[in-house]
Structures are given as structure tokens and as C-alpha cells.
Design a binder for this molecule. Structure first.
Ligand code: IDP
Ligand code: MG
Length: 149
């Protein structure tokens, strides 16, 4: 089973979309194994988005992600990384397919509601960046045999 990091970004929290965003992933069958609301500070933002340092949108991106509380969560399931990325939709919401989170709830690339890890390697790093080992739950759901064959 794969795990991936999801962030409901400040615009998602401010717009009252925590529920719809989480619901879309949860109802897909993915299992929530960790979840909390935090305020990302500049240090954490720079570490999380370090790969984008130097790009024109880096400073606005850091300002955006630190501007208000976020909900960070870890979702588990087979192919969780790819499934979350597909359910999120394209980075630019203008290109995101209807039915995806960004395609349904966002209009601009700098206000695109959700973060999801882009590879299993980065997922591991991001989960470790945001969560302590004892915050990650391992548990069975009664519904699991109806989701996983
Ligand atoms: P992703 O979130 O789909 O993985 P990345 O390319 O990793 O997209 O970019 C990280 C975040 O940086 C995006 O979700 C978006 O919030 C912001 N971003 C990316 N490119 C731009 C841009 O060209 N202008 C403004 N913000 C951008
Ligand atoms: Mg990314």
C-alpha cells in the first residue's frame, strides 16, 4: 500500500472546501492515516517547496502557503500517489478536467486548492516532513474488502 501527502491549501480552508476536497479522496476509497490543521511557517514552506526556489513564482508561492492555516493529511491505498494526482487535476485549474478537484473548485494556478505528492519518493519525504511516525495510523476498515480486492 502506498502513502501520499495531501495539503488542503489556504484557499481551500478559507473557502470552506476542506470537506469537499477530503470527501472526494475519501469516497474514492483512499484511507486517511493522518490528518491535522497547521499553520505552515516560512521555514517549512521553503523546505516543502525547495525544488521551486529561484523560480518567478517561488516568493508568491511561499506567501500563499503560509497565509492561513492548512489541513495536511496522509492518504493510503494502492497507487495512492497517482490516484491523488489524477483526482486533483492539472496544476493550472484552467487545464484541469471537470470532475477533478482543481477542475471543479479552482480557476488560477496560484490558487489551486490542493497539493499532492508527485512521486512515491517525494511522498515519503513529504510525509516525513509534516508528520512524526506516531501520528501515522495503521488500521483496518470494515469496508476495506469492498475497496481492495
Ligand atoms: P503541483 O502542485 O501540481 O505539483 P508544481 O509544479 O509542483 O505543481 O508547483 C507547485 C505549486 O506552485 C502549484 O500547485 C501552484 O500553487 C504554484 N505554481 C506552480 N507554477 C506556478 C506559476 O506559474 N504561477 C503561480 N504559481 C505557480
Ligand atoms: Mg508539485
Amino acid at each position: 500500500m502506498e502513502r501520499t501527502l495531501v495539503i488542503v491549501k489556504p484557499d481551500g480552508v478559507q473557502r470552506g472546501l476542506i470537506g469537499p476536497v477530503v470527501s472526494k479522496l475519501e469516497s474514492r476509497g483512499l484511507k486517511i492515516v493522518a490528518m491535522k490543521m497547521i499553520r505552515i511557517d516560512r521555514d517549512l514552506a521553503e523546505r516543502h517547496y525547495g525544488i521551486h526556489r529561484g523560480k518567478a513564482f517561488f516568493e508568491p508561492l511561499v506567501a500563499y502557503i503560509t497565509s492561513s492555516p492548512v489541513v495536511v493529511a496522509v492518504f493510503e491505498g494502492n497507487n495512492a500517489v497517482q490516484v491523488v494526482r489524477n483526482t486533483m487535476g492539472a496544476t493550472n485549474p484552467a487545464d484541469a478536467a471537470p470532475g477533478t478537484i482543481r477542475g471543479d473548485y479552482a480557476l488560477e494556478i496560484g490558487r489551486n486548492i490542493i497539493h499532492g505528492s508527485d512521486s512515491t519518493e517525494n511522498a515519503q519525504k513529504e510525509v516525513d516532513l509534516f508528520f512524526q511516525a506516531d501520528e501515522l495510523m495503521s488500521y483496518e476498515r470494515a469496508v476495506d474488502p469492498w475497496v481492495f480486492e
